[in-house]
Design a protein around this ligand. Structure first.
Ligand code: AMP
Length: 219
């Protein structure tokens, strides 16, 4: 049966970083709803045009659009053994849609990692965050600066600051998380899937906590 892992947590807790590390270990694809939207916006597709306004306001893209996008993505061949979901689901409607979709695909959620960090740390992390254009590698001007300013260490592409990482939009995104996504904590707790992860530690310590929770040996 295909196995799916979900990363849950407020913007800036490190979901993307940890999801990528787990993908490398489990050899499963990384499905980030935010990355798929950004890629569509940069290619000016129909989906990108639909999502752009919501994203720049720091609001959620409506479930109807997001669910259809994820259903299509999870139906592709590379997800036949499962996937790591980063940033999806973000509402109860999305969680229910995911459940249905996994029944159709013959998969199940194995664990939901809730990464937690104090609010003041979130703000600081998001406002200093830089991303690479090619593959979304993440840097921080204070905690993880690139070797050469403005250039990704890994693929040499340009680094940029996300439009929605500006202070005002960040505050909105955190508010939206509390209102719409935080109820999922109870939802997954009821299903016995939730694993609490302390995200206020260095990247490797957080990763080790996650690997331990799923019984993977740390490499
Ligand atoms: P992220 O990269 O996960 O922080 O997502 C960036 C933005 O994309 C969010 O602030 C939302 O506007 C949108 N987005 C990403 N994932 C979802 C989702 N599951 N549901 C609705 N909107 C989403």
């Amino acid at each position: 049966m295909a196995t799916f892992y979900v990363f849950l947590g407020a913007p800036g807790v490190g979901k993307g970083t940890q999801a990528k590390l787990l993908c490398a270990t489990l050899k499963l694809p990384h499905i980030s709803s935010g990355d798929i939207f950004r890629e569509n916006i940069s290619r000016a597709t129909k989906l990108g045009k639909l999502a752009d306004d919501y994203i720049s306001r720091g609001e959620l893209v409506p479930d109807r659009i997001t669910n259809a996008m994820i259903r299509e993505r999870l139906g592709r061949e590379d997800c036949s053994k499962g996937a790591i979901l980063d940033g999806f689901p973000r509402t109860e409607g999305q969680a229910e849609a995911l459940e249905k979709c996994l029944v159709e695909l013959g998969g199940r959620i194995v664990a939901v990692f809730l990464i937690e960090v104090p609010d003041e740390v979130l703000l600081e992390r998001l406002c200093g965050r830089w991303m690479c254009r090619a593959q979304g590698h993440i840097y921080h001007e204070k905690h993880h600066p690139p070797l050469q300013p403005g250039i990704c260490d890994i693929d040499g592409s340009e680094l940029y600051q996300r439009e929605d990482d500006k202070a005002e939009t960040v505050a909105r995104r955190i508010h939206v998380y509390m209102e719409e996504t935080a109820p999922l904590i109870e939802y997954f707790e009821r299903q016995g899937l939730l694993r609490h992860v302390n995200g206020n530690q260095d990247v490797n310590t957080v990763a080790n906590q996650i690997f331990k929770a799923i019984g993977e040996r740390v490499s």
